[in-house]
Design a protein around this ligand. Structure first.
Ligand code: ZN
Length: 265
């Protein structure tokens, strides 16, 4: 809180609204007819409780199809392996920061970036027109459909996180920890700098706070259309034209990517 504490805004410009809608194409998949219901909480979140800490749930944006909730465990995470990072220091740092969230939402690291739910790359986020300021990270998602083993189609999503190579020292972990919070569904920012999801980067990055977890828990108690069948709104499953996937029965149908949303920066 001290006046000497410098901080940088996480991204270009002020993030009062918190969100930037990048593209807004029509979305044939998100229609009426898909139920909007809560999913069971992950057991780790179910058991969590710190009612005295409060939360910042009111700051969370709600997309038209409901909250950005994962309902299939573990959530699969891909972290890029870079040739220019021979000792894999960057990757190890990012993995460690990401796995701090595993205490609340079950995670699994995968080498298959196409089938990952959340994909993390060491790349400079694209500059926005009119904003020349470099950004530390960016998180975006798109909507997909997934065909299950039984042939039903679910509305689902996939996140991509870009972490800027310009970040060094403790900021590598702090940006990764923050962006990953967005990808778990915290689509907004905290007004308090003791939270990971504070809207600005602080000199001494905090760990995941009880307020962060309380907020995450409340989000996961909310209804969403993600993870529920869309057959009634989107035709029979055979229309996907996609074969069954591997043992994990994943099958992203990329032709139906209707929207991309970004946060941060
Ligand atoms: Zn953010």
């Amino acid at each position: 809180m001290g006046a000497q504490r410098r901080f940088r805004v996480w991204g270009a410009g002020l993030l009062a609204a918190g969100l930037v809608v990048a593209f807004s194409l029509r979305s044939p998949a998100v229609d009426g007819g898909i139920p909007s219901r809560p999913h069971p909480l992950p057991p780790t979140l179910e058991q969590w409780g710190d009612p005295t800490a409060g939360d910042y749930f009111d700051e969370i944006e709600v997309p038209p199809f409901g909250y950005l909730i994962w309902s299939r465990w573990p959530v699969r995470v891909y972290v890029e392996r870079r040739e220019d990072d021979p000792s894999q220091n960057w990757r190890e740092t990012v993995l460690a920061a990401v796995m701090e969230w595993d205490a609340y939402v079950p995670l699994e690291i995968t080498g298959d970036r196409d089938r990952a739910d959340i994909r993390i790359f060491r790349r400079r986020p694209p500059l926005k027109p009119g904003h020349l300021r470099a950004r530390s990270g960016e998180t975006r998602y798109r909507l997909l459909t997934r065909t299950t083993e039984t042939g039903s189609r679910l509305l689902t999503h996939q996140f991509t996180i870009l972490l800027s190579p310009t970040q060094t020292g403790p900021y590598v972990a702090s940006v990764a920890r923050h962006e990953f919070g967005h990808a778990l569904g915290i689509w907004g920012h905290s007004p308090e700098e003791t939270d990971v999801m504070y809207f600005a980067q602080v000199r001494e990055p905090p760990p995941i706070s009880p307020r962060d977890v309380n907020t995450l828990r409340r989000i996961y108690q909310q209804p969403t259309q993600l993870g529920w069948p869309l057959a009634s709104a989107d035709g029979p499953p055979s229309e996907s034209g996609s074969a069954l996937g591997d043992a994990t029965s994943m099958n992203f149908d990329r032709r139906r990517t209707p929207k991309v949303y970004k946060i941060d920066r």
